[in-house]
Design a protein. Structure first.
Length: 255
């Protein structure tokens, strides 16, 4: 299995923090090639930290968010040689157990692309902090056309609506299928799933990674969102202590 991972990074203080290096090492363990791209103001000594963990590292202007960084790398990548392409970013920390566990769980899932979680915010979609595209979709014209169409938006909400939500919807309209490692529906009581999902989609402004972090971990999702450090710091610290993840790698809050 030839896998390429593209890691999109940003840090407001211009640092590559230990949790990023840990994530890159985990990608290195399951991918043939890892490419790091950042829109942070990184000095040479910071960029040197990823040497040995990545096959390529570069800086980009701070426009377009993650999708702009992924577009930049994909535009110069020979897509024909890869069985799978992983797109991920610095908005999460982990993984708390080997990524191969997730790939093994998804190996028999009949889908063309998948992610760790889905969301009903705005419309149903696979959340973009960790996306895996399989060979069939990588070779498709629809995949190439989507990335050619990405514009360097400066507004995060516009990025979410147009590209995070839009990517899933566009590829499904093109005939491809999507799955989540841990679907939101699996976290809800069976008797009221339909009602809660309708309410969730219409009113909630937070995704399942913020609402259900404990349930996601219990279901095998190997990441937490950095945003949880602000929203539920005690929960994060207690959880990390129990799973032997080094709290100092993410504290103080990097984003």
């Amino acid at each position: 299995m030839k896998r390429l991972a593209i890691f999109a990074h940003y840090d407001p203080q211009g640092e590559i923090r230990p949790y990023i290096l840990f994530h890159l090492k985990a990608l290195r363990d399951c991918c043939e090639r890892v490419i790091f791209v950042s829109t942070a103001a990184l000095l040479d000594q910071e960029m040197a930290k990823v040497s040995g963990l990545c096959d390529e590292a570069s800086l980009r202007p701070n426009v377009g968010y993650d999708f702009g960084m992924w577009q930049f790398v994909l535009a110069k990548t020979d897509l024909t040689v890869w069985d799978e392409i992983i797109l991920t970013n610095s908005s999460v920390f982990g993984p708390f157990w080997p990524l191969t566990d997730a790939f093994q769980r998804m190996a028999d899932q009949p889908c063309d692309f998948w992610g760790m979680t889905d969301s009903y915010q705005h419309d149903w979609h696979i959340q973009s902090y960790f996306l895996v595209f399989r060979h069939k979709i990588i070779q498709s014209k629809a995949f190439s056309l989507f990335w050619q169409s990405v514009l360097p938006y400066m507004n995060k909400e516009q990025i979410i609506r147009s590209y995070e939500v839009g990517l899933t919807q566009y590829l499904m309209d093109a005939g491809f299928t999507a799955r989540a490692l841990v679907p939101t529906l699996s976290l809800l009581p069976k008797g009221i799933r339909g009602h809660l999902v309708r309410k969730y989609g219409q009113y909630r402004k937070r995704g399942p990674t913020i609402i259900y972090p404990k349930q996601l971990l219990q279901s095998g999702m190997p990441y937490m969102k950095i945003r949880l450090l602000n929203k539920r710091p005690a929960f994060v610290q207690r959880t990390l202590r129990n799973i032997h993840y080094d709290w100092s790698w993410i504290s103080p809050n990097p984003q």
